[in-house]
Design a binder for this molecule. Structure first.
Ligand code: KIV
Length: 286
């Protein structure tokens, strides 16, 4: 069967038919190709790149220009996956006009299909304006890493009846404002399940249990490429860091031992051309 580009309608159909939606982050051309080839539904160019690619302590310092730069690489590599660009901190909070303009850059300049922003009820008017301008918006509630300072750290959210109710209100407000999808990060599975059942749009969980309509993980976390803090919800499918480290050490040792490059990795010149070349060298030395 020929593969077609995933659309917002395909994602909605999956929710209606209880088919789990798959999403992974990617941050550059080569990782985007791999994720695209794995037939994932969506790629999130997350501002988590600030931590796993740029080595920052959190996502707060990530800029619009850095996000656009990485989104461009991803859209060149991913042909079929639905692409979501993550709006960085303070690119959508200052004014609605600025939020619409910045959201537009993700679609106009970087080839994204949609944008994601963090926040609940307080972001509803902003979401409404971006959607009115013709751009799909994914919401993000629960643990919202851009507010890490306000939350007092990377902590599970919605653990009390009252805070769970607030999360539900936020989700409903985002749906009403026009979001096509909502990420639920680090919330108890029972809360995420209820929210998912109450919404007609789909939820994407990260540390929110199996009751969400889909799942997302960070590329570097699930491939074992990142040696920083790894939360309980991360499943590491392979330890690439270990494999890459072994390969790097082997390369260094082979160069030091004169074993690399060997014959199979070396270009050769014909004997005739070599003799002519050496003859010329001799002449110039004389
Ligand atoms: O930036 C990111 O990667 C995210 C996911 C963790 C949802 O926001």
């Amino acid at each position: 069967m020929t593969r077609k580009k995933i659309t917002i309608l395909d994602l909605q159909r999956k929710k209606e038919n209880s088919i789990p939606i798959t999403m992974l982050t990617a941050y550059d051309y080569s990782s985007a190709i791999l994720v695209d080839e794995s037939e994932m539904d969506m790629i999130l160019v997350g501002d988590s790149l600030g931590m796993v690619v740029m080595g920052l302590e959190n996502t707060v310092p990530v800029t619009m220009d850095e996000m656009i730069h990485h989104c461009r690489m991803v859209s060149r590599g991913a042909k079929y996956t639905f692409l979501v660009g993550d709006m960085p901190f303070l690119s959508y909070e200052v004014s609605i006009a600025e939020a619409v303009r910045n959201a537009g850059r993700f679609l106009k300049e970087a080839g994204m299909d949609a944008v994601k922003l963090e926040g609940g009820t307080e972001m509803a008017e902003t979401v409404r304006a971006i959607v009115r301008a013709g751009m799909p918006v994914m919401g993000h509630i629960g643990l919202t890493p851009q507010s890490v300072s306000k939350l007092g750290g990377f902590k599970v959210q919605g653990k009390t009846a009252e805070s769970a109710q607030c999360l539900l209100q936020d989700a409903l407000a985002l749906e009403e404002a026009g979001c096509f999808s909502i990420v639920l990060e680090a919330v108890p599975d029972s809360v995420a399940q209820v929210i998912s059942q109450q919404l007609t749009i789909h939820t994407i969980g990260i540390g929110a249990g199996a009751g969400c309509d889909g799942q997302v993980l960070v590329y570097h976390d699930m491939l074992g490429l990142f040696n920083g803090y790894s939360p309980k919800f991360v499943k590491q499918y392979v330890n690439l860091r270990e494999q890459i480290s072994e390969a790097l050490v082997q390369y260094r040792k082979e160069v030091q031992a004169g074993e690399f490059p060997d014959k199979t990795h070396t270009y050769k010149m014909s004997k005739r051309e070599l003799d002519g070349f050496l003859e010329n060298v001799k002449k110039h030395q004389a």
